[in-house]
Design a protein around this ligand. Sequence first.
Ligand code: SF4
Length: 140
Amino acid sequence: MLFVRSSEYNRRLEICRNCKFFEASTQSCGSLIIGGEEQIEVLYRKKSIHLCGCVMPIKAKLSLATCPASKWKGLLTDEEKIALIALLDEIESTGKIDDTQRNQFYAYKDQITQAFNERSTCSACIKREIKTMRESLKSS
Ligand code: SF4
């Protein structure tokens, strides 16, 4: 899983704690949702949104997580996430990574981690990094 730096984490939590949808007793976005319970729909700036029901001290750590009211964003846009998933699919379908794909992969990783990541040429290492990236995408 890829996590944000502490400054971004604190910034997000501060926004949540001052948000009218934040449930202080459970530290969640709206009522805490466990298992398959339905998300709560609310009106925010004349738009209908679904509160995620997540525990925010945990969710705010995740690099790709987003606020349902867009008060804070993940470190990739929805379009970038789609492009990244397509890139991972492409790499995994051939079982190989070329230099262009490697550069693209690490450019996304740099953006998500807000740091420069060492470019590995070890295929087992890259496989592990792709697995972590997929887990992060799944949780977003
Ligand atoms: S994730 Fe967004 S809507 Fe939910 S409590 Fe935080 S700021 Fe409010």
